[in-house]
Design a protein around this ligand. Sequence first.
Ligand SMILES: *[C@@H]1O[C@H](CO)[C@@H](O)[C@H](O)[C@H]1NC(C)=O
Ligand SMILES: *[C@@H]1O[C@H](CO)[C@@H](O)[C@H](O)[C@H]1NC(C)=O
Ligand SMILES: *[C@@H]1O[C@H](CO)[C@@H](O)[C@H](O)[C@H]1NC(C)=O
Length: 809
Amino acid sequence: MDARGFSVTRARYCCLVVLLSVPVSIGDVSYSVPEELKRGSVIGNIANDVGVDFKSLLVRKARLQPEGSSKRYCDINLNSGDLIVAERIDREQLCGQNTLCNLKYELVLEGPLDLHRVVVQIQDINDNSPQFSKDMMRLEIRESADKGARFPVNEAHDADIGQNAVQSYTLQRNDHFVVAVHTNIDGGKYAELVLEKELDREEQQEVTLLLTASDGGTPQRSGTVVINISVLDANDNIPVFNQAFYKASLPENSALGAVVVTVSAGDADEGANGEVTYEFSRISDEAKDLFSLDRKTGEIRVTGPIDYEEKSRYEMRIEGKDGAGLASQTKVIVDITDVNDNAPFIFVTSLSNSVPESAPLGTEVGIINVQDIDSDNNSQVRCSIQGQVPFKLMPSIKNFYSIVTTSALDRELQSEYNISLTASDEGSPPLSSFKTLHVSISDVNDNPPAFDEQSYSAYVTENNKPGTSVISVRARDPDYRQNGTVFYSLLSSEVSGVPVSSFLSINGDTGVIHAVRSFDYEQFRSFKVQVVARDNGSPPLSSNMTVSVFITDENDNSPQILYPAPSGNSMMTEMVPKAAHAGSLVSKVIAVDADSGQNAWLSYQILKSTDPGLFTIGLHSGEIRAQRDIAESDTMKQNLVVSVKDNGQPSLSTTCSVYLLISDNLAEVPELKDMSYEENSSKLTSYLIIALVSVSTFFLTFIILIVVVKFCRRRKPRMLFDGAVAIPGAYFPPNYADVDGAGTLRSSYNYDTYLTTGSRTSDFKFVRSFNDGTLPADQTLKRSPNETSELGETTEGGSKFSTLVKLPF
Ligand SMILES: *[C@@H]1O[C@H](CO)[C@@H](O)[C@H](O)[C@H]1NC(C)=O
Ligand SMILES: *[C@@H]1O[C@H](CO)[C@@H](O)[C@H](O)[C@H]1NC(C)=O
Ligand SMILES: *[C@@H]1O[C@H](CO)[C@@H](O)[C@H](O)[C@H]1NC(C)=O
């Protein structure tokens, strides 16, 4: 309303100016009015101005006729003569940018016809704001643009003209740009952005500015545009790794292709400028074989066997380069971590091959060293001995252990040990290794020889041949070699004042004891000798043992007649009373035998008598008794030949004559001399009888011998090689009485004896039989050919050997 009012007053002032000038101009009326006046607004009183009475207008049919335009805009009020606005007048629409904008009319009056030119000048008012073609403008500026660079901006337009058109531009406050305003050749104002501070795309990719264009009207009007500036990239950035250096830890033995670490460099630039590729810039030859680098992704991968024990850390330099060649470097450190992939190793630093069995507890046998090339726990090794052995491990410095004995050793019990060592580390899973050490125990002479028996008893038949083997003793010594080699000897002593060495000798190597001389049972029956067994150690150890030697009796003594006195001068005659009855004791033969036992067991027999049947003799008592009553008819002189026989095998016998005189008076004895003659002649008869008995005995002996030999060979085929074999008791005669135990010995033994010529040879030398003539060796052999092979060299005849067979008879 104010504006409108202002326009009207101003228009009235103009009218005044126009009215004053009317008389000068001829018939023309001119008005100046602002645009956009209200409809019906009075522009001026045209009747007055042209000098016509407004009352006559109607009569004269006054009308306003526009020149060359169909639109009227203004009209005349015929009642008042005022020129009024008929419709809205928009200067910008009517005239655009023309500075002059006139509406031209002709006022036509009739009666009389009168014409007046009316010009209405339209004045501009500031009714339009400056306007940019778009609300938003886009600009692209390279970040490398220098300070002071100018960037034109589309001009803002204002439909108004003159002062009401765009007069100035202002830029919202910002960091980079100011605005500079310039005038076109057509007078229009335009703006330029001036770069006052360089852009950095990496800092700010887009800058938004608000540009305001203002006109010079009152009130002032303005329009804005948003300027959106994209900052374009320039390769002004080097690639930057996201870490100053990379550290990775990689277990050894990692699989091929495993990713170790990924390096990554950023480049703030765009496109190729920001595209980073990687490569090793410095890498050791060994690492080159183990690692690969992906050019594009920066992945470092394993390409070879990673072994901690070889190298535990790798360092490499990596260069990241952008498309334009700007590069930077980083460092990668790969620490290899240990994996328990090495078993411990047992080194034998020293080992004594043999330990003496006398070694005291804790004797060091060897030293071992265990090593594990892994690290930390994987190299912590535990070492132990497996199994039951008298050894243990003593930890020494670091990874050294001593193997020491834990108990006394005895070579004779166990002469060698296998020590099984186990070493395990503490990795997970743990790894182990094993080693077996061989330790042998060396001998010490700690065992004296020990005889198989506490004491030995040897039985030797008297009349033995010198050299006969008596007994074989043996002592054992479990020690080694010379420490266990036993030598035998006899301890010197005396038997009945005679050195024992004259009775016996011992083979030092074999322990076989030989008789040095022939023994006589009747001289002494037993003696003792001490045998010493000594080993060859140094010092030697020895033990002793007693051998009791018993001489056994042999029937080598014939019975001796004590009564009647055997022969010669003192002829004894026994008187027998004529009245002697049957059974009365007449005489007695008394005989003794130096032998003992059966060999001394005498039996009596009447071999021959003058009157057989008159006298009888007690078989064992030797008592001669009358068998019947003596008769007158009986011969006065009775002669008896009595044989006294012992029970030995063979038995020995003696005969004696007993002279009996049947008489009650000694004076009746007529001729003693005759009797002696007769005695002499009967001696011959006795010899004949003895010879006969001997021959028959011999024959019997021979038969029994053959039978016994044959039987014994069958039963005891190895008899020749046994020391002493007793013939079983079944072959003794049934009436045989064993009187052993009272110092008297078994009366009958059968010995096969042999001697060796030297120690440890198989060459036998046989003692010839004391009874060679009795039984030739070849005869025996013929009879038992089966055994010849066992006897070895028999074909060489009896000269090489002969059997000594002493048989019981
Ligand atoms: C020790 O080991 C060896 C060889 O393996 C073997 O012949 C010997 O019998 C073993 N000795 C013992 C006492 O185990
Ligand atoms: C016998 O024992 C002694 C120690 O008493 C020892 O020195 C020697 O080596 C042993 N001999 C053998 C053959 O073992
Ligand atoms: C025989 O051995 C005994 C113990 O067995 C010993 O006392 C004695 O001295 C030894 N005699 C000799 C002569 O060595």
